[in-house]
Ligand binder design. Structure first.
Ligand code: PEP
Length: 260
């Protein structure tokens, strides 16, 4: 089936790479990724590395993203980074990653505030949704991702970009697949997207928008299994954690995402 959405492969560096380490990795990424057309590429380093990485990406086709942010523009929130600060440097911001939900108390309500403030600041959110192992085994996958989408995007107004694309990315990341080496099957991930994620988006924003939003898969993606996901009709790329820290591996994954 022909896909009309441009695939996106984004690397989530998590809490890895000092500035010095980032300076070593990024030139290899630029050399390998920049010439690859037909797929959008993004990397999401830790906050401290954003500015130096932005300088290294200058003139390349690789976008920059942050891994989180607060929802307020400014204020007495020691240790936080605001949407306006992120927007000075980045195109994308990951919101509601399962590690933030699990370890830092993020809820659908705080995720929703962050998504709204991302738009106010001019950022494109990569909204992460996905069920835990327990929820999966209890047959609650659909219920969980529908709730995360509907509450995370409550009262959000989507305005198409000048080129008609929709400035929203959903990453379906089953929690049990993240960093475990145990990826979902391409077919199962595709079913979650077609049965729960796009219908939830359609209820919120209408069918046309739901069909235009890019939905990525994330969870133990590597070069050896990437094409299984990219060949699925409803999956438009990947959010890659561990494998995005190695230039050769990440470049190989991005090559598999190129539309035929
Ligand atoms: C992630 O951090 O979003 C992720 C999917 O991690 P990994 O690829 O390491 O499973």
């Amino acid at each position: 089936m022909e896909k009309k959405r441009i695939p996106l492969v984004a690397g989530n560096w998590k809490m890895y790479k000092t500035i010095a380490e980032a300076r070593q990795l990024v030139p290899d990424l630029v050399a390998g990724l920049d010439p690859i057309a037909g797929v959008e590429k993004a990397i999401c380093p830790p906050f401290t590395a954003l500015l130096p990485v932005k300088a290294l990406l200058e003139g390349s086709s690789i976008h920059l993203g942050a891994q989180n942010m607060h929802w307020e523009d400014s204020g007495a929130y020691t240790g936080e980074i605001s949407p306006r600060m992120v927007a000075e440097l980045c195109t994308y911001v990951i919101i509601g990653h399962s590690e933030r939900r699990a370890y830092f108390g993020e809820t659908d309500e705080t995720v929703n505030k962050k998504v709204k403030s991302a738009y106010t600041a001019g950022l494109i959110p990569i909204l992460c949704v996905g069920e835990t192992l327990q929820e999966n085994e209890a047959g609650k996958t659909g219920e969980v991702v529908e709730r995360q989408i509907k509450k995370g995007l409550l009262d959000v107004r989507l305005t198409p970009e000048k080129d008609g694309s929709i400035p929203l990315v959903i990453a379906y990341e089953p929690v049990w697949a993240i960093g475990t080496g145990r990826a979902a099957s391409g077919e199962d991930a595709n079913t979650v997207v077609s049965k729960y994620i796009r219908p939830s988006l359609a209820q919120l924003f209408g069918l046309a928008v739901a069909q235009s939003v890019r939905v990525l898969y994330g969870g133990s993606v590597k070069a050896s299994n990437a094409s299984e996901f990219f060949n699925q009709p409803e999956i438009d790329g990947a959010l890659v954690g561990g494998a995005s820290l190695k230039a050769d591996e990440f470049i190989a994954i991005v090559k598999y995402a190129v539309l035929p």
